[in-house]
Design a protein around this ligand. Structure first.
Ligand code: SF4
Length: 112
């Protein structure tokens, strides 16, 4: 009898352990995604202005940056460090900031 009771306690303890491990795993994933969200690049940032960066590529100053071609955007630039379907992502040109997938700057390199 005592053995059976001990077995149940052990089983319950193992279940509790699994729940605790699952909670820790969920917490770790949530923490990671919160950590990954870098601030968005400000169009008024001096480097952004120097490179003609715009969140909306259609707003690029075509007179100042004639190399811009319609259809070019961060989402299809080699330097975009996120999936093309992600609305914002990191770019090494603007370290520590996220750029818009619909954005563009004069450092654009078409993804091959
Ligand atoms: Fe966008 Fe490419 Fe310019 Fe980075 S280098 S801001 S990904 S166009």
């Amino acid at each position: 009898m005592a053995f059976k009771a001990l077995n149940i306690q052990r089983r319950d303890f193992l279940k509790m352990g699994s729940v605790a491990i699952a909670s820790i795993a969920v917490g770790a994933v949530a923490g990671k995604s919160a950590q990954a969200a870098a601030p968005r690049l400000d169009e008024k940032d001096p480097t952004a202005q120097a490179l003609g960066y715009k969140h909306d590529a259609s707003q690029v100053d075509k007179a100042k940056f004639p190399k811009y071609k319609p259809g070019e955007a961060c989402a299809n630039c080699t330097l975009y460090q996120a999936k093309p379907t992600d609305p914002w992502g990191p770019c090494p040109i603007f370290a520590g900031k996220e750029v818009s997938a619909k954005g563009w700057c004069s450092a654009y390199v078409k993804k091959g």
